[in-house]
Design a protein around this ligand. Structure first.
Ligand code: BGC
Length: 358
């Protein structure tokens, strides 16, 4: 009797181990985010993980410390562990072709998350915001904040321009969207860039590094703004860059000297520090890309693929990654200023009032 019980328990344990082993291999989704050091990717990572776990999937979530070889290794490791689907937010969109080829050989579908994976045919889907529209909103922020429709060529508005990381395809959409929106003001001579630094390749910020942007802003201020020229606005593609530029401006008297108000600066990502700055009347605005919505869209796409289904309603013309048009799901973003911050950010639960110190 005793022997039989021991045998039954052992058999049960072995079965359970076997089952869970198989189940986790069959059910695992690999999710790779570029870095832990930016607020948004932490939110993205947990939105996807929580959503997939609620549906019963096992999630292997890794962050790559903004290091390309680390990211490549993590993907290879996930492939060799037998994940059934990969969700990748790249660091350098063009640096993962070998890994993507390995995934394709192992028949693992790849979803390019937020940032487009470039120059590879082995990218199955792209889930992101409409990056060109996001750029348009960055331009719109300057149009509103600087009242460009009332400006004249006799008294032009003075700005400097910043772009995102050159190896991130999103930077192209953000820049192009913003510049197309601002073009008419440049053409009419009501908007001027004293440094003459306008091309995306010249104004880019490798790895979206706010310290690098701050240094560039400091250099611009000392090289082009030493006389009576006052900087009125800054095109910024990313909240930490906006805050860093504001610091550089404050350091030379903006915001505390008559005739030198803080420049109008937009941003992107709606991070807590920028929301606080907007409420304090410093950063003018940001663009909210709700990571919960992007996460949910991704979870639903993964679920469809894991069940062998075919996703529908995708955009099949907008995103060419250099090797193919990648079917895309593109979400909408929202401009957030002091006027709508409570309704767009707090009431929707994106940040709590307490997190914003309210
Ligand atoms: C994302 C932005 C983010 C930036 C820096 C871009 O690819 O779309 O939301 O601000 O990377 O992480």
């Amino acid at each position: 009797m005793k022997k039989r019980i021991v045998f039954a328990v052992l058999a049960g344990l072995l079965l359970a181990a076997g089952c869970s082993g198989n189940k986790s291999a069959e059910n695992t989704v690999g999710v790779i985010m570029p870095t832990r050091s930016e607020e948004r990717w932490l939110k993205d990572g947990s939105a996807i993980k929580d959503g997939l776990e609620k549906l019963g999937y096992t999630v292997n979530l890794q962050y790559s410390d903004d290091d390309i070889p680390t990211q490549a290794r993590q993907i290879d490791d996930m492939i060799s562990k037998g994940v059934k689907c990969l969700v990748i937010a790249s660091i350098d969109g063009s640096a993962l072709s070998n890994q993507l080829a390995n995934a394709a050989a192992a028949k693992i579908p790849v979803i390019s998350y937020d940032r487009l994976l470039m120059q590879s045919p082995n990218v199955d889907y792209y889930v992101s915001f409409d990056n060109y529209k996001v750029g348009g909103q960055m331009g719109e922020i300057l149009i509103q904040g600087l009242k460009l429709d009332q400006a004249t060529a006799a008294n032009p508005v003075i700005v400097e321009l910043f772009a995102g990381s050159p190896d991130d395809n999103n930077s192209v959409g953000f820049y192009q969207g913003a510049m197309d929106r601002l073009k008419t003001y440049f053409d009419r001579g009501v908007l001027k860039v004293p440094s003459g630094q306008i091309e995306r390749t010249v104004i880019g910020t490798l790895r979206w590094d706010a310290a690098e942007a701050q240094k560039r802003m400091e250099n611009l201020l000392s090289a082009y703004y030493s006389g009576n020229v006052v900087l009125n606005g800054i095109l910024s593609p990313y909240d930490p860059i906006s805050l860093a530029c504001l610091e550089a401006a404050k350091a030379v008297g903006y915001g505390s000297t008559p005739g030198k108000p803080l420049p109008v600066v937009g941003g992107q990502d709606c991070i807590v520090a920028s929301c606080k700055s907007i409420l304090a009347g410093e950063q003018y605005a940001t663009v909210l890309k709700d990571t919960r919505t992007l996460g949910a869209a991704t979870v639903s796409l993964v679920d469809t693929l894991m069940k062998g289904g075919t996703p529908t309603g995708l955009d099949t013309s907008s995103y060419n990654n250099g090797a193919k048009i990648v079917p895309s799901l593109l979400l909408d973003s929202v401009i957030v200023t002091r006027e709508n911050l409570m309704t767009a950010v707090v009431d929707t639960g994106y940040h709590t009032a307490a997190a914003l110190g309210l």
